[in-house]
Write a protein that binds this ligand. Structure first.
Ligand code: OGA
Ligand code: NI
Length: 362
């Protein structure tokens, strides 16, 4: 094929994809057997980089039992969190206190939303009137990188919660219930993280890390050629902290010591990861680590990511490295930011090779 005819093919694929407005799920429902070229990722990027000799490496994402947090073992819990936040930027938590039924219901309701007819979902496509709930089936189209094998919706929860009627019936009560628990559990996590930094337990709450929350709910349809594409390209999160609930399918990977390490599904667990704002305010003590999702051939995968961030909503609070963490030996590594300004730049360059945080290094 000539280069030109390849370009024309890609353009045709894109045009069809945009005009059908049925998302990636629509391609799968139409029983395509080959992944269109606009989703193709070079094989060098997809490789897991697994070292041949892993004997000296610990390649298991930390699992932390929070059942002990209110006992004399709290210090141990805090030190495990400190270790995980410093070395992995990722950990899984069990006995977190969010009821299993609530976790099941939010996953089920995300599936319910995505498995509705396109006409129903498309009422929630982005428009310019600041909807709180947006279904996005061509989110990645406007970036230079390949498209991702997923359909997603976002819902802004805090500081300005949506009216219940703004949330589709398919997931209304589950979104309200789950995010109530996420805000409560988020408060616990920010206390533990404050202590892990050696600061007063209310520090992170006091600087409003808990003020904003939005959720991003993914549906990764089964993929006929999972070795050609990604569910989500490599990225860091645009948040203080992200709380992720994944179903039992698997596919999430985190970059650790230059290797892609699986984050295995654990029933009832939640995945916690440090976001860019946390790396900035902790002056690189806690790390915002790159991660991605690989697709699978057999079954759809559901995940629910909750980001502690006020995102693009007006917020004039200025964030820089926390003064109490700085010293002559540890001077500030980052300039000050505001969340909306950072978010706008982040979204424009998401999936670029370089982390957006590097733009703010001193
Ligand atoms: C995200 C993300 C991972 C997943 O939404 O930022 O990394 O497993 N999601 O869906
Ligand atoms: Ni992420």
């Amino acid at each position: 094929m000539t280069e030109n005819s390849e370009k024309i093919d890609r353009l045709n694929d894109l045009t069809t994809f945009i005009s059908t407005k049925t998302g990636v799920k629509g391609l799968v429902d139409a029983e395509i057997t080959e992944v269109p070229s606009m989703f193709h990722v070079p094989s060098s990027i997809l490789s897991n980089n697994r070292p041949s000799d892993i004997s000296g490496l610990n390649l298991t994402v930390p699992i932390i039992d929070l059942g002990d947090r209110n006992t004399s073992s709290r210090n141990l819990v805090v030190s495990k969190i400190k270790d995980a936040a410093e070395n992995w930027g990722f950990f899984q938590v069990i006995n977190h206190g969010v009821p299993l039924t609530v976790l099941e219901e939010i996953k089920e309701s995300v599936r319910r939303f995505h498995e509705q007819d396109p006409e129903v979902k498309n009422q929630y496509l982005p428009t310019d009137n600041n909807k709180k709930f947006v279904y996005n089936n061509d989110f990645d189209l406007y970036h230079s990188s390949p498209m991702n094998w997923r359909d997603s919706f976002t819902c802004y929860i805090a500081p300005d919660p949506p009216n219940p009627e703004e949330i589709p019936v398919a997931c209304r009560s589950a979104v309200i219930e789950y995010t109530k628990h996420v805000m409560e559990f988020g408060a616990v996590l920010f206390q533990l993280l404050s202590e892990a930094l050696g600061l007063d337990s209310e520090t992170l709450k006091r600087i409003d890390c808990l003020k904003g929350l939005f959720m991003l709910c993914h549906y990764y349809p089964p993929c006929p050629q999972p070795d050609l594409t990604l569910g989500i390209s490599k990225h860091t999160d645009n948040s203080f902290l992200t709380l992720l609930l994944q179903d039992q399918i698997g596919g999430l990977q985190v970059l650790h010591e230059d290797y892609w390490v699986d984050v295995p599904p654990i029933p009832g667990a939640l995945v916690v990861n440090i976001g860019d704002f946390m790396q900035l305010i902790t002056n690189d003590k806690f790390l915002s680590v790159e991660h991605r999702v690989r697709p699978n051939k057999d079954r759809p995968r559901i995940s629910v990511a909750c980001f502690f961030s006020s995102s693009l909503s007006p917020n004039s609070t200025v964030y820089g490295p926390i003064k109490d963490l700085l010293s002559d030996e540890n001077p500030a590594k980052y300039k000050d930011i505001t969340i909306p300004e950072y978010t706008a730049g982040f979204l424009a360059s998401i999936f670029d090779e370089k982390s957006y945080l590097t733009n703010y290094m001193i």
